[in-house]
Design a protein around this ligand. Structure first.
Ligand code: ADP
Ligand code: MG
Length: 654
């Protein structure tokens, strides 16, 4: 006598007992099913047939009793081995078909093979062949809602056969079909039985049951009658003997599937779901989009202003100190730097040049043009201190300075706006205020290198002329000092500080700064700005992550039945985990990409508004990676929740 394929000994199943009255559904079922059998289980509605089938198919565990599959106690099997049994040994056919609504017929049929790790090409070929064999060759691309009930049931039979389907468990397969389709399905099952598949058919219809070789009737949770002959049927040799399945179970359950195939399928499924719910998805992803966009924009603006500062530093030189009187404050008078101070500073050995500066925005006129420009009184050191020579004509001379000559050197923009481009600008007169000055030189263009276009809108005249002719005698607004070289800026600063204290009777009524200090100060404000934007980004990513978690929890709830179907066709817990995790990651990847696109758009807008922006690829990749990590972290909990669902509960959920 061959080993029974399936052996149930005194199986019991009861529900409730904790918060509701305990009901015994199965009250001691014992039966043996051998390879090659076609068994019908009949009984009234509510008699526990589906409950029995769920136990037979390892979707559910009995409350008591033992179930041996090919001699092995199922209670000892882990969740991966149970998944293997559902995938490789059983094929389920349900009354309600249980196809995945978002997949085509072909995809539905292929699903069990994906979990079995079968290569894509073989999978496609086998699914096509099965669909053709079941008369659905022209329907492979149709989604379930585009198929009739009979066609859907044939798709589900093809799915049951995908990995072999040695034991077909059919729960009222004709229950929802018209009589013609029902007959077709029964003919199919007959055929499969004659090819050696074990068929366990559950029905309440005795006419349907009559097609089976053996009819087991259950009522009240017990077997009322069993038409089995004493002897098991002769093994036809077509079916797989129990020993062989047992061997494969012992060996194969731990085999890993081909994760690439699964991942691809998971991503495709994820994309379909996202697309169907695109509006909801877009709203939920806003957090991630804003988070990623603000990180990228923040870094781009930071980098842009850093580069601008560097360019300015290169343009203006970095050995320059600025000196000005301290503005008036509580109880203290404003400090002033006098021309005598300037002369004294010029004598210090650490100082190369010194230049007093006085200036104001004034109306400049020529012919019928008039426009306000910054007019500065400087000395002849201007070209060296500011690294800003005259490129046409020449800078004014020491003699001009000594005689307070009414001569002017003008910036590129002043020339462009005020003077006739056809005429030589040198020798022409411009009116500053009401005072005529003769143009003797044109300054080199500064705007392009410093990034500050306004710096070319400038008129430079001798300090003496500015003081006498334009502003009236007064002390310099500030004094620019060039240290001997850029390594001696601090020494020069100390020397000037000491000298001025002496000259000002020990009062610190002046301020000394240098380019480096200015840049440091700018960097500090930049840093606090970055910190603030960084906080916004972090909060947005957090909100985005919660959004992802929310949408994934919704998805898991909406697709509980799909999860059940996947489990019934053999998905392991980790397959479900992987599926929902890849959905979460795909979701946040889409959010991350959208964030980068938004950042580029915002950056473009800022560029138009003349803000320095410099996008860096590492920053974008980093922000994108953050988004993906958010997806993994916040997608994990919902995915694990999905993976831990109970197959039967998931399958019967609404
Ligand atoms: P059948 O398939 O023979 O019509 P079922 O096996 O589906 O019967 O159900 C048998 C009985 O078990 C029914 O009375 C049903 O109400 C009960 N039942 C099924 N599932 C549950 C459950 N999860 N909790 C409580 N009772 C259940
Ligand atoms: Mg039922």
């Amino acid at each position: 006598m061959s080993t029974a394929l399936i052996e149930l000994i005194d199986i019991r199943k009861s529900y409730g007992g904790v918060d509701s009255p305990k009901v015994d559904i199965l009250r001691g079922i014992s039966l043996r099913i051998h390879p090659g059998e076609f068994v019908a289980i009949v009984g009234a509605s509510g008699s526990g047939k589906s409950t029995l089938m769920n136990i037979l198919g390892c979707l559910d565990r009995p409350t008591a009793g033992s179930y041996r599959f090919a001699g092995r106690d199922v209670a000892e099997l882990g969740s991966d081995e149970l998944a293997w049994l559902r995938r490789e040994a059983f094929g389920f056919v349900f009354q309600g078909y249980h196809l995945i609504a978002s997949g085509s017929a072909q995809e539905n049929v292929e699903m069990p093979a994906i979990y079995a790790g079968i290569a894509a090409r073989e999978r496609h070929a086998r699914a096509s062949a099965l669909l053709q064999r079941l008369g659905l060759a022209s329907r492979t691309g149709n989604r379930p809602y585009q198929l009739s009930g009979g066609q859907q049931q044939r798709v589900s039979i093809a799915r049951a056969l995908m990995n072999g389907g040695h034991i077909i468990l059919a729960d009222e397969p004709t229950g929802a079909l018209d009589s013609h389709s029902g007959t077709e399905v029964m003919v199919l099952l007959d055929e499969l039985a004659s090819q050696g598949h074990v068929i366990i058919l559950i029905t309440h219809d005795r006419k349907v049951a009559a097609r089976a070789q053996r009819v087991i009737e259950i009522g009240d949770g017990l077997i009322i009658s069993d038409s089995a002959s004493e002897q098991p049927p002769a093994d036809t040799g077509q079916g797989l003997p129990a020993a062989q399945l047992r061997q494969r179970l012992d060996r194969g359950a731990t085999l890993r599937g081909a994760w690439q195939g699964e991942l691809l399928e998971a991503l495709q499924a994820a994309w379909r779901v996202m697309w169907v719910n695109r509006f909801r998805t877009a709203l939920t992803l806003l957090g991630i989009v804003i988070g990623v966009a603000s990180v990228v924009v923040m870094l781009a603006v930071g980098e842009g202003s850093k580069r601008q500062v560097m360019a300015q530093m290169a343009a203006f030189g970095s050995n320059i100190l600025y000196l000005n009187g301290k503005p008036a404050s509580l109880g203290e008078q404003a400090g002033t730097i006098t021309l005598a101070d300037v002369a004294a500073i010029g004598q210090l050995p650490q100082v190369r040049h010194v230049m007093p500066v006085i200036g104001e925005k004034m109306m400049v006129r020529h012919g019928n043009h008039s426009q306000p420009f910054y007019v500065g009184g400087n000395n002849t050191r201007f070209p060296e201190i500011f690294n800003w020579p005259a490129v046409h004509g020449s800078f004014f001379s020491a003699a001009d300075e000594a005689s307070a000559a009414a001569v002017a050197v003008i910036g590129q923009k002043v020339r462009e706006k005020m003077l006739d481009p056809g005429r030589d600008p040198l020798g022409q007169y411009i009116l500053i205020g009401n005072v005529p000055f003769q143009v003797v030189g044109i300054l080199a263009g500064k705007g392009a290198s410093s990034g500050d276009q306004d710096s070319d809108g400038r008129v430079v005249v001798p300090y003496s002329a500015a003081a006498i002719r334009l502003f009236g005698q007064r002390d310099p607004d500030y004094v620019a000092v060039a240290a001997l070289d850029s390594t001696r800026v601090e020494q020069a600063e100390a020397a000037i500080d000491q000298l001025l204290r002496q000259r000002h009777n020990g009062r610190q009524d002046f301020e000394l700064t240098n380019d480096a200090a200015l840049i440091q100060a700018e960097a500090r404000t930049q840093n606090s700005l970055s910190l603030m934007l960084g906080a916004i980004a972090a909060i947005s990513l957090l909100v985005g992550g919660i959004g992802v978690m929310n949408i994934m929890l919704m998805t898991v709830r909406e697709r509980t039945r799909e999860i059940g179907i996947r489990m019934a066709t053999g998905a392991r817990q980790r397959d479900i985990l992987r599926q929902f995790l890849s959905e979460a990651v795909l979701l946040s990847m889409v959010g991350g990409l959208a964030g980068i696109v938004l950042a580029l758009a915002v950056g473009g807008g800022l560029m138009l508004a003349k803000v320095a922006v410099a996008f860096a690829l590492p920053a974008m990749l980093g922000a994108f990676a953050c988004a993906v990590v958010t997806g993994v972290v916040f997608g994990f909990m919902p995915a694990r929740k999905a993976a831990r669902l109970d197959p039967v509960k998931a399958l019967t959920s609404e």
